[in-house]
Design a protein around this ligand. Structure first.
Ligand SMILES: [Zn+2]
Ligand SMILES: [Zn+2]
Length: 185
């Protein structure tokens, strides 16, 4: 999605458009920074399953362009209890400022403020900054369903699909059973 600057009329411009799943998924594969090698992050895989619907108001003040609105989409990931596929929606508020590239370079403040992006030439590429807004709102854990039973901590069976022998151990039957349940926690 590229927005020619000359289309931003006085009084602002209301934009409704879609960001492709490709645009979203290409951002999601990229680690947000080099520190994102942490296990919990690399295990969090998100696949966007539908284009993001963007509803944005664009305004211009001198050379600065302001974006305000919302981006909504749907993604699939692994349930954090049972590891099966879980589908969830994400809705991200958008509040962005774009300044001409030379402005940021002169001040040397590029990348320091996530809410400021830069444009070069006569148009603004909205896809990447908007996709990044979505990435920032992704939850760390998603459940396939509120009532997901998860996996048995002993045998690993998916308790949404069946029961296992181990379950009976968790019923308090005497002092020993209580000790076991303490260990489980
Ligand atoms: Zn689950
Ligand atoms: Zn079990």
């Amino acid at each position: 999605m590229k927005l020619p600057l000359k289309e931003i009329i006085q009084g602002g411009l209301e934009l409704d458009f879609e960001l492709s799943t490709e645009a979203l998924n290409s951002r999601s594969e990229k680690p947000l920074d080099e520190k994102a090698t942490d296990q919990s992050l690399s295990e969090a895989e998100y696949l966007f399953t539908e284009p993001a619907s963007c509803s944005i108001k664009v305004e211009k003040d001198g050379e600065t362009v302001y974006l305000q609105g919302q981006v909504k989409t749907q993604f699939s990931t692994h349930c954090s209890r049972c590891a099966e596929e879980a589908i969830s929606g994400v809705s991200s508020p958008v509040k962005l400022q774009f300044k001409p590239k030379s402005f940021g370079a002169a001040l040397g403040q590029e990348d320091e403020d996530l809410e400021i992006s830069y444009y070069q030439g006569t148009e603004i590429n909205l896809s990447e900054p908007l996709a990044d807004m979505v990435m920032l709102q992704l939850p760390f854990s998603v459940l396939c369903s509120e009532s997901c039973q998860g996996l048995c901590s002993k045998c690993g069976i998916n308790l949404n699909r069946g029961t296992c022998e181990c379950e009976e151990d968790q019923k308090p039957e005497g002092p020993l059973a209580i000790l076991k349940s303490v260990k489980i926690q």
